[in-house]
Write a protein that binds this ligand. Sequence first.
Ligand SMILES: Cc1cc2nc3c(=O)[nH]c(=O)nc-3n(C[C@H](O)[C@H](O)[C@H](O)COP(=O)(O)O)c2cc1C
Length: 370
Amino acid sequence: MNCPSLFAPLTVASRVLPNRVCMAPMTREMTPGGLPTAAMADYYARRAAGGTGLIITEGVAINLAGSFGSAVPRLYGADALHAWAPLVARVHAHSSAIIAQLWHVGAFNPALIAMQDSLPDVVERLSPSGLAAPDKPLGRAMTEDDIAATIADFACAAAAAQTAGFDGIEIHGAHGYLIDQFLWPETNRRSDRYGGDPARRLTFAVELIRAIREATSADFIIAMRLSHWKQLGYHARLAASPEELAAIVEPLARAGVDLFHCSTRRFWEREFDGDPRNLAAWVKILSGKPVITVGSVTLGTDFKVPTGKIRAEVALEHLALLEAGLARGDWDLVAIGRALIANPDWAELIRAGCAQDLKKFEKAMLETLA
Ligand SMILES: Cc1cc2nc3c(=O)[nH]c(=O)nc-3n(C[C@H](O)[C@H](O)[C@H](O)COP(=O)(O)O)c2cc1C
């Protein structure tokens, strides 16, 4: 099975993507000091050379308070402004597009999910209500000035990404980080215009998207990643019905999102009882925007935090499901995570009908940027 629909071009915000294969954003914590290295440029260029049409970078910090840790890359600071252009050019040389995932962790301590690296204690974590989870106070609640400054930092990082040559950015609105903390009532207990009913909890995201749109040109892709699941809980839900989901994605689309990335751990699972469509398919219908699906594509074991669950056999039966969903129009793009770490040439192998040559994913593969 070589999935012909995967290899049709797609135009998003007037950028023609050569095919439907995306690299999922994956934090690798291999940028001491936060600047992209030559090894990192090689790593992304290898995936572009292997036929990936759209690279979504690992999460990139927009300011110090929002950084996951000292070894993740950043798009703030004068030195960062020029550091990304060579990496972007390496990807473009293979006719692939590349967008930077902009990330603010909010109330989040890597130690909570047993990850090692942490920022110095002097960094005060900011979030809607000073809560990492309903029963986990952390850092402090943002003032309206903090909110305005954070939105400005997102817009600056997006403008810097455009200057560096990126084709767009992806706003990390998923997995329980800052933007998701505003969306989720359990971590947003505010009584000002940023908290309360679902529409008010969206205010931060809507203002952020508008600010990024104003800071960049109309052909610069604004993608947004959303999920139900959080780092601290796989069973959290943002919307219990299509109506509730529409109330989230319609305003985001109106604010300027060009592309939604619907993060699930198993792409084939239905979103609502009584209907076979997954989260991506629903978001596409409800927002009218193109969507990316993701989650265990060609892998027999789903993603778990910490990243150590950890060996995943190849599951070729997913290819027929992927192709059928693309052909039906349920989703427009497919993001590949761990399978693309294991197989930089994932797209080429599928295109050539050589899926049986895919390698399984193993934990040791996370130790290098191969
Ligand atoms: C090592 C690793 C790092 C990740 N880092 C990020 C990240 O920075 N941003 C993000 O949105 N998701 C991140 N994820 C989640 C992936 O983007 C993806 O959604 C998840 O791995 C499921 O896809 P897969 O089953 O194809 O691996 C990470 C996943 C892994 C394995």
